[in-house]
Write a protein that binds this ligand. Structure first.
Ligand SMILES: Cc1cc2nc3c(=O)[nH]c(=O)nc-3n(C[C@H](O)[C@H](O)[C@H](O)COP(=O)(O)O)c2cc1C
Length: 195
């Protein structure tokens, strides 16, 4: 099976990561997953827009795997969105080339699930806090699928992290199965230059 799932990994210090490393280890051998480590590719933030757009067109499910940083992603993901999801490619005239793709945020959060509620110290649910990503996917005509969240990523302990990483693997496998994307054809449109 060729890779139909693009895993855009967004972690600035992967060598010091525990949770995201475990998640990556749990899924990287899946033959339909292509890993694209954005901080490794673009340590200076100069993104190869055509390469990134081509990768998007070649895959059906796009995963953004990242730690929760200030209720969002590490900053390279914002730069990636600003550059890659360009007018004429992701939206606007000649755009919407990602219209049949699926978007998944796979997030590790230091805080507990309980804290992400109106009564908790984080006040809002992760569902609410991830809305800018959801609406970005909507705007591009993509389908935003239910995020994967590993809570208490720094404190749950080794075996719980491993368990969560396996839950992540199963979630991706079930999505591929449910969305029937393993055999979905990739788009034929050409990537365009940055707008
Ligand atoms: C700059 C920064 C911002 C963070 N912001 C949040 C946050 O908003 N919410 C949260 O639950 N954890 C936050 N954390 C904790 C990280 O989410 C946590 O360290 C990460 O999920 C651990 O994953 P790793 O082992 O792969 O690095 C933050 C950590 C850093 C360094």
């Amino acid at each position: 099976m060729s890779s139909r799932v693009l895993l855009n990994l967004v972690h600035p210090v992967l060598e010091k990561s525990w949770a995201n490393q475990a998640m990556l280890e749990a899924v990287k051998d899946l033959d339909f997953v292509k890993v694209n480590d954005l901080y490794e590719e673009y340590p200076d933030f100069f993104i190869d827009v055509r390469r990134e757009q081509r990768l998007l067109l070649e895959h059906s499910l796009i995963i953004f795997q990242h730690p929760f940083y200030w209720y969002s992603s590490p900053s390279l993901m914002k730069e990636w969105q600003d550059q890659v999801l360009a007018e004429g490619f992701a939206y606007g005239e000649g755009g919407y080339q990602l219209a049949d793709r699926y978007w998944l945020n796979a997030v590790t959060a230091g805080a507990s699930e309980d804290s992400y509620a109106s009564h908790g110290f984080n006040k809002f649910s992760t569902e609410e806090l991830l809305r800018p990503f959801e609406q970005t996917a909507n705007f591009c005509g993509m389908t935003f699928v239910k995020p994967f969240i590993m809570y208490q990523s720094e404190t749950i302990g080794h075996s719980a992290v491993e368990k969560e990483a396996q839950r992540y693997r199963q979630y991706i496998e079930s999505l591929v199965h449910r969305l029937d994307i393993a055999k979905a054809a990739s788009g034929g449109a050409e990537p365009v230059e940055e707008a």
